[in-house]
Design a protein around this ligand. Structure first.
Ligand code: CA
Ligand code: CA
Length: 384
């Protein structure tokens, strides 16, 4: 079809309108673009091979939708785009139907990121990014991104990353990020989700499961604008699962800063358990971090470590952590937390964590579980 239209155009025997009519009659291919073309605004491209995925990604422009058929794709270079969508003509990368799509970095050169966008108004949904030699998925200085129902697993550095100044108004919803490990640095960098080295308001993380990563579940190191985290779980981070004799993973569930930034992040209705360091920590961020109705259980160090800053903690629950419920400094404000006098600790309905990393519910919701629930409407995470 592309050839025949080109021939007609060169000889001038077919008007554009006629060409469109001919093209449309041949399965809806627009203006002679192949299925991998993706040049026209509003174009939908369906890909089923690694080469066509690479091509579609590189050519995406405002209004492009790339649908990826079920299967495993092994790009040989970073899937990279600097294209911007707009609020009304987003760039969308998504699974075709309910297909299971794995974008696998095992064929990339050492040190390569697997997917990297440097643009605004992208929607990326329903995909797994795995086995990268370095970062799994990275959005740099992106505005208005929607990152929905993604899995970032077993990558050679952090699974999912937002970074750079001008990182504004992004939503990360229902991310599963696990098993990420940077062997070259003995696990000291690979977090489940990293929002690091940048700034920009309105970024929100909700419904995440961040587990079994070498370093931290979530890390907000040197991000100098407030980030909102809610309905998210971080567990099993920091354990040496790779037989690394020089292992250096930190193992915080939620690491809420560090590197000099003083910023009032917010964490609500989230839970951290079985991490090798703290459940929730300011990590030297002196800002007025807000923590409300979170649960820390069986972390190896403190449930809540906020010793130097101005954090404000309310209605949080800490149980069974290795070195204590909470370590708070003189400028920290704490009210109605279960370490305050006169505040009761409601018993957990279950401490059986077996189902928590199982299949998600409809629309990607966290699985329904009794784990760490108490039924209290006053204190601790609802685990939903
Ligand atoms: Ca670290
Ligand atoms: Ca980290």
């Amino acid at each position: 079809m592309r050839q025949s239209i080109g021939r007609h155009r060169r000889t001038g025997t077919l008007s554009i309108a006629a060409a469109v009519a001919v093209a449309s009659g041949a399965g809806g291919v627009l203006l002679g673009l192949s299925n991998d073309g993706a040049r026209a605004a509003g174009t939908t491209v369906t890909v089923s091979s690694t080469a066509s995925l690479e091509s579609a990604f590189a050519r995406a422009t405002a209004g492009t939708t790339i649908k990826v058929r079920a299967g495993t794709y092994r790009p040989t270079r970073t899937l990279k785009s600097t294209a911007d969508g707009t609020p009304s003509a987003r760039i969308t990368l998504t699974a075709y139907g309910d297909g299971k799509v794995r974008i696998d970095g095992s064929a990339l050169p050492a040190g390569s990121w697997l997917a990297a966008i440097h643009g605004d108004h992208w929607t990326v949904s329903g995909l797994t990014f795995q086995n990268s030699p370095a970062q799994g998925f990275v959005a740099t200085s992106s505005v208005g991104g929607i990152f929905d129902n993604l899995v970032t697993a077993d990558n050679g550095d952090s699974g999912f990353t937002l970074r750079g100044d001008g990182t504004t108004g992004n939503l990360v919803r229902n991310l599963d990020s696990h098993g990420n490990y940077d062997a070259a640095n003995h696990g000291q960098n690979a977090d489940g989700i990293a929002v690091k080295f940048g700034s920009g308001t309105g970024n929100r993380i909700t419904g995440a499961r961040l587990y079994d990563n070498a370093d931290d579940g979530l890390d907000l190191w040197q991000f100098s604008s407030p980030v909102t985290v809610e309905h998210s779980w971080a567990f099993g981070n920091g354990r040496n699962r790779w037989n690394d004799s020089a292992f250096r993973g930190n193992g915080n569930g939620f690491k809420l800063g560090g590197g000099g930034a003083s910023v009032a992040h917010s964490v609500h209705d989230s839970a951290a358990w079985a991490n090798t360091l703290h459940g929730f920590t300011e990590n030297s961020n002196t800002g007025a971090i807000r923590l409300h109705r979170n649960t820390a259980y069986a972390n190896r160090a403190d449930g809540f470590y906020f010793a130097t800053g101005k954090a404000r903690l309310t209605r949080n629950l800490a149980v069974g952590n290795g070195t204590g419920k909470a370590r708070l400094g003189p400028r920290t404000v704490s009210a109605d937390d279960n370490w305050n006098s006169g505040v009761a600790t409601p018993p957990f309905r279950s401490t059986d964590a077996r189902a928590v990393d199982g299949p998600r519910g409809r629309g990607g919701a966290l699985p329904v579980t009794a784990f760490l629930t108490t039924g209290s409407t006053a204190i601790g995470s609802t685990m939903r």
